[in-house]
Design a protein around this ligand. Structure first.
Ligand code: NAP
Length: 331
């Protein structure tokens, strides 16, 4: 079977680079076209990119000539554009018939656009039918939200979640390139990332709700930028209406591991998961550890970790493209 050509927008940023790296050996998709800002048009990708990936850039991709954003020809598009650029470009491409899988936040909360984690809320794909354009837009969540919602989903089977309190510790590559100045972050921690807390609150409830109705549990979030290169860690404390147990929580994760092999890595060591020890460069797993009961039978605590550029961005956009194509083709 010939591989489906994909155009990557924002191809020079850390997310765009990770999309390229993950598609270089992909069984279903291939990198066909690349675009970034206007100043790049006509230049060879290999000559303009500051390649920061663990794996080498293939000579075929390095030789691709950068195209204008709105002149890509491939039906399938993965967008790793800043939100303000995505807001203009993605609907224009959907209007021309392209299927756009977006990393940007621009349309995540738009009611006819799925905010998709395929294993968790594939029912939201039905929202695609409400889009009036010839093409379609599908989005993936904020790079901390995805680890939180994935860790929460199996636990929603234990009872009625009333509230989740969340503390994130987010890696530098989540801030793009060159990102946070080293002067501000080395040996330091910054307890603020603009707009991030609201995104995590709203997106979590949207993803874990039905296509038309957000979940109603409460979410409190504190975010932090930390001097870690890759990997967002999320500590969460959950309060349920009913009594819940660690044994039932473990059993629920085990059932989900059977249903979705590769979605979870469940850690039992007291000092895991850790970004520098447990993540690999194309890691799509959501690592869950430190599962514990609070000081009463209605509460649970956990730590979730994942690769922000992979499950939190590039890998998520690729998985969403696959799920959306399958859905639209009736598979
Ligand atoms: P980035 O470092 O800011 O890279 C942005 C890309 O967009 C670059 O290729 C840049 O091209 C291009 N671009 C910037 N301004 C442009 C313009 N006016 N017109 C056309 N292209 C333009 O961002 P990133 O970290 O790779 O993230 C990309 C998107 O994914 C963002 O929306 C971000 O919020 C989202 N996201 C990021 C992460 C993460 O962990 N980093 C996770 C989830 C979602 P030039 O090189 O030509 O300037």
């Amino acid at each position: 079977m010939s591989r489906i050509p994909v155009a990557i927008l924002g191809a020079t940023g850390p997310v765009g680079q990770k999309v390229i790296s993950m598609l270089q050996d992909h069984p279903r998709f291939r990198v066909a076209e690349l675009a970034a800002s206007d100043a790049r048009v006509g230049k060879k990708y290999g000559e303009i990119v500051a390649w920061k990936n663990e794996y080498p850039l293939s000579p075929e991709v390095a030789a691709l000539e950068m195209r204008p954003l709105l002149e890509v020809q491939s039906h399938c598009v993965i967008s790793a554009l800043p939100a303000e650029v995505a807001r203009e470009v993605e609907p224009a491409l959907a209007g021309r018939g392209h299927l756009v899988s977006s990393n940007a936040s621009a349309f995540r909360m738009q009611e006819d656009v799925p905010l998709l984690v395929p294993e968790l809320n594939s029912a939201h794909l039905s929202l695609l039918n409400r889009q009036k354009t010839q093409g379609r837009i599908v989005t993936n969540p904020n790079c901390s939200t995805v680890f939180l919602v994935s860790a929460l989903a199996p636990l929603l089977e234990l009872g009625t979640l009333q509230h989740v309190s969340v503390v994130t510790m987010q890696a530098l590559s989540g801030a793009g390139y060159p990102g946070v100045p080293s002067f501000d972050i080395l040996g330091n921690l910054i307890p603020h990332i603009g707009g991030e807390e609201a995104k995590i609150q709203e997106e979590t409830k949207r993803i874990l709700g039905s296509p038309d109705r957000a979940a109603t549990f409460g979410v409190t979030v504190h975010v932090h930028r930390v001097p870690v290169l890759h990997g967002h860690t999320v500590a969460a404390h959950l309060t349920f209406k009913e009594e819940v147990s660690i044994e039932n929580a473990r059993a629920s994760y085990a059932r989900w591991q059977e249903r979705f092999p590769g979605l979870f890595e469940i850690h039992t060591a007291p000092d895991r998961p850790q970004p520098a020890r447990d993540l690999h460069p194309h890691d799509m797993r959501v690592h869950v550890g430190r599962l514990k009961q609070g000081d009463n039978a209605h509460t649970l605590g956990l730590v979730a970790l994942g690769h922000n550029l992979v499950r939190g961005a590039a890998g998520a956009a690729i998985a969403n493209l696959e799920s959306t194509l399958d859905y639209l083709e009736g598979r």
